[in-house]
Design a protein around this ligand. Structure first.
Ligand code: SF4
Length: 277
């Protein structure tokens, strides 16, 4: 754990903000649409089960996803939305047993995912000691959003999630600034920058703002990304081999899964090294 981070507060414990596929009714494999592309080998409309989804809600090609043309499935992370909709919103009754619930379940899932993602970010911010000046507001937001995730499917679908995201983003921005202010030296600002394919091998990006930066296919080999704010940064195919992401702020498993890396990439402890690295 980075000196910038301390144990997360609950609710919003990180283990509840990670996918638990064994408690989910395969919602990401049914509720979401995907288009035939480099990420998915077939088209599928929202609400139709993927042809590889088994009756026990497990993926029939889980071990071979990349070889079979479904790398997109290895990148996706629901932040625990799948098990929450399955077990909390719908009380453990699946859409095959109760087909009349299917539509509500599939509509609630993407909303829940966004709420769970916000809970992840807030939990991250609450683990940052320098962000203490905004912890009270963050704890209030955490409790409020946690309450929203426990509402009915109807209440979830009616939520204005964009407005909520905008509101929370102000707090997260402040928390990130407070945390980065403690990083020694000059901190670069690449917020929202177009860095697609950029050659940043070995770059000193410690404490940088890379909020929303487009880093698709960027060469970040051996880069110093300690304590950098990476919220919303697009890291698809970015090369993080040998990069140091200790204490990186607001980094998610989905971002890491979408990037490339190797055994020498240093990740924050809350995140797993992707199997395909
Ligand atoms: S390929 Fe597997 S993981 Fe991907 S959507 Fe289909 S069942 Fe789900």
């Amino acid at each position: 754990m980075s000196p910038q981070h301390e144990a997360p507060a609950s609710p919003g414990d990180r283990k509840d903000l990670r996918a638990d596929c064994s408690s989910c009714f395969g919602l990401c494999c049914v509720a979401l649409p995907f288009a035939r592309s480099a990420d998915f080998a077939a088209d599928k409309p929202a609400g139709r089960p993927c042809s590889h989804l088994r009756n026990d809600f497990r993926c029939g090609i889980h071990e071979r996803l990349r070889d079979e043309g479904y790398p997109g499935c290895t990148v996706f992370d629901c932040f625990g939305a799948g098990q929450k909709v399955s077990q909390v919103t719908f009380g453990g009754t699946d859409w095959r047993q109760a087909p009349e619930t299917a539509r509500g379940m599939f509509e609630a899932f993407p909303v829940m995912r966004q709420l769970q993602e916000l809970l992840w970010y807030i939990t991250e911010a609450l683990a940052l000691p320098p962000a203490r000046p905004v912890h009270k507001e963050l704890r209030r937001a955490l409790a409020r959003i946690d309450g929203l995730t426990r509402g009915s499917a109807e209440s979830l679908v009616e939520l204005d999630v964009n407005a909520l995201r905008g509101e929370i983003n102000v707090l997260l921005l402040r928390a990130g600034e407070l945390a980065r202010a403690h990083v020694p030296g000059r901190r670069k600002n690449h917020r929202g920058a177009d860095l697609v394919g950029a050659r940043l091998s070995g770059a000193d990006l410690r404490g940088a703002s890379l909020r929303g930066a487009l880093l698709v296919a960027a060469d970040l080999k051996g880069a110093d990304l300690r304590d950098a704010d990476l919220i919303g940064a697009d890291l698809r195919d970015a090369d993080l081999s040998g990069a140091d992401l200790t204490g990186a702020l607001f980094l998610t498993q989905a971002q890491v899964n979408a990037a490339r890396g190797d055994a020498t990439t240093v990740l924050p402890p809350a995140l797993d090294r992707p199997a395909h690295w």
